[in-house]
Design a protein around this ligand. Structure first.
Ligand SMILES: Nc1ncnc2c1ncn2[C@@H]1O[C@H](COP(=O)(O)OP(=O)(O)OP(=O)(O)O)[C@@H](O)[C@H]1O
Length: 306
């Protein structure tokens, strides 16, 4: 089957800066894929190259089999991009904006789909409002709507939930999940790793313009060895024999780094020996954030979902 997106040896230089250092990536039709990485890793540059907005210094990219340079029009028709920045024409209403956007794709009788998008993105009340009167979150909804007017089989969302409220985030993901269920390929960049973990099946992590991890979320999370155990003790003293396992002590709880479950037995025995009573115990499984921190080698960017 033709991949939804196929990127081969993409390099991109901005003067002396190498923004992308040879990206190879294949995303299958129907995938819900996350592109993760700290600020400046090259995610938007890669998206812009796939969207035909930026020319790669070398390498090639295809969308549904169409080369983004040689078959620009076909490739662009296959793709809907929700950009990170709020760019819009302030002179039109929401509905007019979507009708005009349909016109760019030569779609004349697109009204029923436009109404459906307006409905699902909760824009009905604002459909006849001028774009410049909308709040930031509402403008973002319109950007999503604009990307969808031509029912593209591949949809790329570049940080669509940055700074938007819980309600929109949930409405947006409900709609995007439905589109994915209907067969659309979804590519998402986000700094909210819990969001990527909840929605996506596969992830690429970019660092300094290179892919440093590419796998299913399950495999990535399984690759983190060990887990953490959170303990509240009475008295609040960790026996000396367990001090080497301590990762941190916060909110009157000890966080211990455990390699494997069998090690728990000796931890409990050490606590018994020391006469320490366990008031609370919680096993913290590794998550995508832990993988990200390991892969990136620092905690520069991940943020908790608000
Ligand atoms: N037009 C440009 N001219 C010069 N440098 C650029 C240009 N666009 C991007 N860059 C640089 O390329 C690198 C990659 O930027 P890019 O915007 O692709 O990162 P990103 O992963 O999308 O970051 P963020 O998470 O902040 O959106 C950065 O160092 C950036 O400063």
């Amino acid at each position: 089957m033709t991949p939804a997106i196929e990127v081969k040896q993409i390099h991109k230089r901005f003067g002396a800066l190498q923004a992308l250092g040879g990206i190879d990536l294949e995303i299958d039709t129907g995938e819900f894929f996350a592109l993760l990485g700290p600020n400046g890793a090259g995610k938007t540059t890669l998206i812009n190259i796939i969207a035909g907005l930026t020319l790669a210094s070398s390498g090639s990219a295809r969308v549904m089999g169409y080369d983004v340079v040689a078959d620009y029009r076909e490739a662009r028709r296959m793709l809907g991009v929700v950009p990170q920045e709020l760019v819009f024409d302030p002179f039109f209403t929401v509905r007019e904006t979507l009708v005009i956007q349909s016109g760019y794709y030569g779609l004349k009788n697109n009204n029923s789909w436009i109404e459906e998008i307006i409905h699902h993105l909760d824009l009905t009340d604002k459909a006849d409002a001028n774009m410049r009167t909308l709040s930031g979150g509402m403008k973002r909804r319109v950007l999503v709507a604009q990307a969808l007017v031509h029912k593209p089989p591949v949809i790329i969302l570049d940080e669509p939930t940055a700074g938007v409220d819980v309600e929109l985030r949930q409405a947006l993901w409900r709609f995007i999940k439905r589109l994915n269920h209907d067969g659309h390929t979804i590519v998402l960049t986000t700094h909210y790793l819990e969001e990527a973990e909840a929605l996506c099946s596969r992830v690429a992590m970019l660092k300094h313009g290179n892919i440093v991890a590419l796998d299913s979320i399950r495999n990535l999370v399984n690759s983190v060895s060990g887990f953490l155990v959170r303990l509240r003790l009475s008295p609040d003293i960790l026996p000396l024999s367990l001090q080497s396992l301590m990762s941190s002590h916060e909110d009157e709880c000890y966080i211990l780094a455990i390699r494997e479950y069998s090690q728990l037995e000796s931890v409990m025995a050490a606590l018994r020996m020391a006469g320490a009573q366990v008031l609370e115990m919680q096993v913290l499984q590794p998550d995508l954030e832990e993988v990200f921190v390991k892969v990136m080698g620092h905690t520069e960017n991940p943020q908790p979902v608000r």
